[in-house]
Design a protein around this ligand. Structure first.
Ligand SMILES: *Cc1c(COP(=O)(O)O)cnc(C)c1O
Length: 370
């Protein structure tokens, strides 16, 4: 699905040197590279504070800890997301309240969010799925109306721009109270191991999150809050600094590949190409087709037989997962999510796809229908 090897080869010289420099410096934890990456990312995103941490799941957890969410508090998010979003809500003893998504963008349906708000609701987690942001203006309005925190799960859309009705833009992840991201290798800004970060413009929240990721201490061995150990290590930070310089160019390469797929599948009766919203640019973490009238696992098998990977993100929505069973929900409760789970198929999408590979993939997708 991704070609990390070819991507690495293009920056190999710089990366190898940076990694060796960190090793020789022996400042493996919280070294100067971590601070430097933090500054670089703050300026790229146009956000006041970036707090690096160990992975995207931890970022979500730390965000909810910093907001002082307590057992019994309800947190609204979608059923059509990677499990981490809901996992941390459950882990902290909070109550996940799942809602349906928009059929075109796969992102949280603002009306469904509004309907799910109760007196116990404290926060909403819009997930910017597959590289495009959720419809943030109505979400921010509804949240403000009810005094709710907005935590953006931006693990899949770093670098995307949200476009306000007045034409102003902001980077995905910097619109809510806190943004969370992941630097897992296959993400749009991936390191060579695990990594993550939180973003906020709020000084108090930033201070608290910095403390929580570091065992709840500001002064060493004085613990003012219950924290966790969640660090981005210096080697990963050094790699991320190099890759961040290429992030816009990586997004362009993904968009170009998407445009070629679009062209080939646009009028196909069995395939619906990914929708583009008016309020977000798309950074194509995934290129996800909606199939109609076919068994997409057969299409997946057909592609697999030609050495073309294709994946179903996500085959089982969270409200139908054993671990998240909740008597309040059952099959049929989130019709859009369930329909998508039955129809989506993601094709290879990364920064190194060339014309020949794209045409090979396209030919094999089309031949399945012949
Ligand atoms: C990858 C991902 C996460 C978790 O990130 P990790 O770094 O793997 O912990 C959370 N939410 C979404 C939507 C993701 O895609």
């Amino acid at each position: 699905m991704v070609d990390l090897k070819r991507q690495y080869e293009k920056i190999q010289h710089e990366v190898d040197q940076a990694v060796i420099d960190v090793i020789r410096s022996t400042q493996y934890i919280n070294g100067p590279e971590v601070k430097a990456f933090q500054k670089d990312l703050e300026s790229y995103l146009g956000v006041k504070h970036v707090i690096p941490c160990a992975n995207g799941t931890d970022a979500l957890q730390v965000a909810m800890m910093a907001l002082d969410l307590k057992p019994g508090d309800e947190v609204i998010t979608t059923s059509f997301t990677f499990v981490a979003t809901v996992e941390v809500i459950a882990l902290l003893g909070l109550t996940p309240v799942l809602v349906d998504v928009d059929p075109d963008t796969f992102n949280i349906d603002p009306d469904a969010f509004r309907r799910a708000v109760t007196s116990k609701t404290r926060a909403v987690v819009p997930v910017h799925l597959f590289g495009q942001t959720a419809h943030m203006e109505p979400i921010l309005d509804i949240a403000a109306e009810h005094g709710l925190f907005v935590i953006e799960d931006n693990a899949q859309a770093i670098g995307a721009d949200y476009i306000f009705l007045n034409g102003q833009t902001k980077k995905a992840g910097t619109l809510g109270h806190i943004g969370c991201t992941s630097f897992f290798p296959a993400k749009n800004l991936g390191c060579y191991g695990d990594g993550g970060a939180l973003f906020t413009d709020d000084d108090e929240l930033a201070k608290k999150m910095r403390m929580i990721v570091n065992h709840g201490m500001e002064v060493r061995y004085y613990h003012d809050a219950v924290g966790v150990n969640s660090r981005l290590d210096s080697i990963q930070a050094a790699i991320l600094r190099i890759k961040l310089k290429h992030l816009n160019e990586y997004a362009s390469a993904r968009r170009e590949a998407a445009a070629i797929y679009d062209e080939a599948f646009r009028d196909h009766p069995g395939l619906t190409i990914p929708a583009r919203s008016s309020y977000s640019t798309h950074v194509f973490h995934q290129y996800t087709l909606k199939t109609s009238g076919i068994d997409r696992f057969k299409l997946q098998g057909h592609l697999g037989s030609q050495d073309i990977p294709a994946m179903v993100y996500y085959p089982v929505p969270l409200h139908l997962q054993k671990a998240y069973h909740d008597p309040r929900y059952g099959k049929g409760d989130f019709p859009v999510t369930e329909d998508l789970s039955n129809r989506v198929l993601s094709l290879p999408m990364h920064t190194e796809l060339d014309e020949e590979q794209l045409q090979y993939i396209i030919r094999n997708v089309l031949s399945f229908f012949e």
